[in-house]
Design a protein around this ligand. Structure first.
Ligand code: PEP
Length: 251
């Protein structure tokens, strides 16, 4: 199980360090659950330094697919690795929606991340209109297949998928446990086609979308839900750690 916090464009360096320190202290040794926080890029380095000696892992929220060069404003995978970054969220719906990311750019990023030993958390998920039109599996299938095209992994732990129905992100409207399980099982099938049964069974598929301490138990207890990608509730140490506690009970 993996519980990862996506802090989005929140926290400054001081509050990021404080929040990371509090979470790291509260989770102690969470094994077998892995716990990560993904601060804004500018704070990744300081947060990674702060939690260096703890079980808390650090991720970034985005990266570019080139090694270096004239790409103003971008961050390379090597830059992230060098500051102690372990995960990188890629293809988040907010990046697809506001920053024009496509399945192709997401795919290039996923391949580059894996090449550099960063673990991509590839986000997929349908919009409300797509679900209402019964197209959710088509959308997710396209995002998974294209996002993972040409991706080679050495171990199942080299890749994480996050199913995040867009209509559930930041809305307080969560997918039902049954809806989450149904889509996670569908994604597992897609992973089986590409990586084979054993690897697909071991790749972690996270649920994201208004997960909180009140609904974490029922979502995390679904067979194919291997953790959570948490937005709003990860900005408060108590609520985030409470979700980690749920994962520990259920792992
Ligand atoms: C997210 O943005 O990845 C997310 C899951 O947000 P929230 O938990 O706030 O819905």
């Amino acid at each position: 199980m993996l519980i990862a916090g996506n802090w989005k464009m929140n926290t400054d360096v001081g509050s990021a360090i404080e929040l990371a320190r509090e979470i790291a202290g509260d989770i102690g040794s969470p094994a077998p659950v892995k716990v990560a926080v993904c601060p804004p890029t500018v704070n990744v380095s300081e947060v990674a330094r702060t939690v260096n000696e703890t079980a808390l892992l650090v991720g970034a929220q985005n990266m570019f697919y080139e090694e270096s060069g004239a790409f103003t404003g971008e961050t390379s995978p090597a830059m992230l690795s060098a500051v102690g970054c372990h995960y990188v969220i890629l293809g988040h719906s907010e990046r697809r929606q506001y920053f024009g990311e496509t399945d192709d750019t997401v795919n290039r990023k996923v391949r580059k991340a894996v090449e550099h030993g960063l673990v991509p958390i590839l986000c997929v998920g349908e919009h409300l209109a797509e679900r209402e039109a019964g197209q959710e599996e088509d959308v997710v299938s396209r995002q998974v297949r294209k996002g993972l095209s040409g991706v080679l992994i050495g171990r199942p732990g080299d890749l994480v998928i996050a199913y995040e129905p867009v209509w559930a992100i930041g809305t307080g409207r969560t997918a039902t446990p049954a809806q989450a399980q149904e889509m996670h099982s569908y994604i597992r099938g897609l992973l089986r086609d590409q990586f084979g049964e054993a690897a697909a069974d071991a790749i972690e598929i996270l649920y994201g979308g208004s997960m909180n301490p009140g609904n974490a138990d029922e979502l995390l207890s679904q067979k194919d839900v291997d953790g959570g990608l948490i937005g709003g509730a990860s900005l408060n140490a108590d609520s985030f750690v409470s979700i980690v506690e749920s994962a520990k009970r259920l792992a």
